[in-house]
Design a protein around this ligand. Structure first.
Ligand code: SAH
Length: 341
């Protein structure tokens, strides 16, 4: 059985030829999968009927099982999918005016162990296959009344995308290539906790936007919040960001969760400013969402605005990111893929 949504254009042509089809029919099948979003060979009407019948016998078009969709009062939708081996993952569709952003997962669970994140609590179940990463986009699009409104993709769901590197790069390829789903690479953002070697190769392998989950501007605080920092401390992380190839006028996004009495003091903002000086950076400030650690809380709005003000006065773009879908546990750091009847 071939995992067709996990193949790139070349591999699909080779597969087609191995099946006794023509290379162009491989390209037609890609169109059906990624543009017309069909779920069966029967629907591929430009493939001759006998061929369709044979493909149906011998192959299978895998897809994620949509188990449940929750809708938040703010319109955010959380999709719970079951994988073929029983694990669960989540994707979150966030409407923003006339377009929507989909937040997708790269792993079932996560091994990174960040102290504030609910996904971390379950540990890593397994890496997603390239087809499972892109099929989240396909299945969600299929469920939409106006699928074209889905223009933005963020890899900020469950898992650490750069810890599942090969599958990730493959899925990104099919997401942004014109003969795949044809998303604009300006509208695809990968977020990482900071796996330095993979940040270095990513810039060479594919063009998408990069976001770094920074969350602290000194190693002591970052070690405490994010174990990955002990392996790749701030100096290495910032150096990799400085070397990251950025197309014209693009910036790296730095995500900074604000946590009361942990990283929210004016001197933390000053230190952040120093750390990011000389980088083409914009900063997203995220007040902590209800997290597994009951001893951590979001700062007061006054404190948050004060923190932002220091950055803005120093000429940084620093936005306070509104939390979406928290009533259905769909907000940042709240995805657990748990299934309750
Ligand atoms: N592993 C990747 C992708 C997951 S992104 C990464 O670390 O970037 C998840 C985003 O949600 C990150 O920016 C993270 O900092 C943020 N996040 C995690 N837990 C959170 C919480 N409890 N409140 C607010 N943001 C959180």
């Amino acid at each position: 059985m071939t995992d067709l949504k996990g193949l790139d254009a070349h591999e699909t042509e080779d597969w087609a030829i191995s099946q006794g089809l023509k290379a162009f029919q491989g390209r037609q099948i890609r169109q059906w999968l990624f543009k017309k979003l069909v779920g069966s060979f029967d629907e591929m009407t430009n493939i001759p009927k006998p061929l369709r019948a044979r493909l149906k016998e011998e192959e299978n078009i895998n897809h994620l099982e949509k188990v449940k969709v929750l809708t938040s009062e703010d319109g955010t939708q959380k999709f719970l999918f079951q994988l073929f081996d029983g694990h669960f993952i989540e994707s979150v569709l966030i409407p923003e005016g006339d377009h929507s952003t989909l937040c997708i997962s790269s792993q079932a669970g996560c091994a990174m162990g960040c102290r504030f994140c609910l996904t971390a609590r379950q540990g890593l179940k397994r890496n997603l296959k390239a087809s499972e990463i892109i099929d989240q986009v396909i299945q969600v699009r299929k469920s939409m009344d106006t699928p074209d409104r889905l223009t933005n993709i963020v890899l900020m769901g469950m898992g650490e995308p750069l810890a599942n590197y090969d599958a990730l790069v493959k899925a990104l390829g099919n997401l942004i290539s014109p003969d795949g789903m044809n998303f604009s690479n300006r509208k695809v953002t990968l977020s990482t906790c900071g796996l330095v070697p993979q940040i270095e190769t990513l810039g060479r392998d594919v063009t998408v936007n990069l976001a770094i989950s920074l969350n602290a501007a000194d190693d002591e605080t970052r070690d405490y919040l994010m174990p990955v920092n002990r392996k790749y401390p701030l100096r290495d992380l910032i150096a990799a960001c400085k070397d990251f190839p950025l197309p014209n006028r693009r910036m790296i996004t730095f995500e900074y969760i604000l946590i009361k009495d942990v990283n929210d003091r004016p001197q933390d903002a000053q230190q952040l400013k120093g750390l990011l000086s000389g980088l083409r950076a914009k900063i997203n400030l995220i007040p902590l969402n209800a997290s597994p650690n009951a001893d951590m809380a979001a700062p007061s709005m006054e404190k948050i605005l004060q923190f932002q003000d220091i950055l803005v006065k120093n000429h940084f773009t620093a936005m306070i990111r509104k939390s979406r879908g928290s009533d259905i546990l769909a907000a940042c750091g709240q995805l657990s893929g748990s299934y309750k009847e």
